[in-house]
Design a binder for this molecule. Structure first.
Ligand code: CU
Length: 336
């Protein structure tokens, strides 16, 4: 017993010594560039070398407010009289805690896993003017992806979103909560994308540009007989160095989401626009500004903190829906 634990302690000490030596030699003089990563709101933008690990945490908070059909704004009274929904959503907030792990399987292939914890809350107005809130919180859909190098400046993403998030959430309303307040899709969703990042001549070595195409393709239908809309997103960004440790980022994103197909019979029909499968999805354009910061001091030297604020500047929505307002993402990334 004592021999084994002594052996174990010696092994652990040796392993620790080896790790500290290799860590020191690899990291002592080297400070990664803030240009090495895209704006923090972009996922799967970079790969890692073989054997390298990265852990990340992102906090994202998104606000939706006021109603619109197509590109026409609607008052709560118009949602009632023109569309016949007595209960009108006024505002929705979504907070997400996203835990990520990346591993360099080889110099060409990086594996990633993302685990979200989601909190959603929606304020609704009754016909008599009183307001009530409904919401849900819990773990969402876990996403597993591979990032495969295509060229020195591009890589492909292929992955899957697993139906780990619940779709039977309930709150202060009868039946299931409407589609936007469920925490998962309930289906196995294919994730596909391409990312390009590079320096381009006229901008010089202090500015990096990039673009990413990203799609979520739903398969089949879930156990409540529906599937969420497919999603496609195109984003382009510029990352400009301000100093050795800080860069400023700018971004434009266009995205589209389809309507819900099928219907959950436990979502009460027609009290609110959110209960109608047709009143989902649309097209949006968002502008973003952010900062990437590489920590210079020990013990967090080389790890990153980044922030990005995105504001929706254009939206064309399928049926009466809450308008997207803005999103803030704050992230911490540590590579080993
Ligand atoms: Cu990484």
């Amino acid at each position: 017993m004592t021999i084994f634990s002594r052996k174990g302690a010696a092994l652990a000490a040796a392993a620790f010594a080896v790790l500290s030596i290799s860590k020191t030699s690899a990291h002592e003089d080297y400070l990664p560039s803030p240009l090495g990563h895209a704006p923090i709101g972009v996922m799967g933008d970079h790969r890692h070398n073989e054997g390298d690990w990265m852990v990340s945490y992102r906090f994202m908070t998104m606000t939706m407010e006021d109603n619109r059909n197509g590109t026409t704004d609607l008052s709560p009274a118009q949602v009632r009289t023109q569309f016949g929904f007595p209960v009108v959503p006024l505002k929705m907030t979504t907070d997400m805690h996203m835990f990520g792990l990346m591993y360099g399987w080889s110099n060409d292939l990086t594996l990633t896993i993302m685990v979200p914890y989601v909190e959603k809350s929606m304020d609704h107005q009754r016909p008599n003017g009183t307001i009530f809130a409904a919401g849900a919180k819990g773990w969402g859909d876990i996403k597993v992806s591979g990032l495969q190098k295509l060229t020195d400046t591009t890589h492909l993403k292929i992955g899957m979103s697993l139906p780990t998030g619940p779709i039977n959430e309930r709150d202060s309303v009868p039946g299931h909560l409407p589609y936007p307040m469920q925490l998962g899709s309930g289906t196995y969703d294919i994730l596909a994308g391409v990312t390009w990042t590079d320096f381009i001549d006229p901008l010089g070595p202090n500015t990096k540009v990039g673009a990413q195409l990203d799609a979520v393709l739903r398969t089949g239908s879930n156990s409540n007989d529906y599937r969420l809309g497919n999603q496609v997103k195109v984003t382009g960004f510029v990352n400009h160095l301000l100093s050795d440790t800080i860069s400023v980022t700018g971004r434009i994103t266009g995205r589209a989401t389809g309507q819900v197909r099928g219907a959950d019979r436990k979502i009460l029909a027609r009290p609110a626009p959110t209960t109608d499968p047709d009143n989902h999805g649309g097209e949006w354009v968002d502008l973003g500004i952010g900062l990437n910061y590489v920590l210079p001091g020990t013990p967090l030297k080389g790890h990153r903190i980044a922030v990005e604020y995105e504001k929706t500047v254009y939206q064309d929505l399928n049926g009466p829906q809450l308008k997207m307002d803005d999103m803030l993402t704050i992230g911490f990334q540590a590579a080993f």
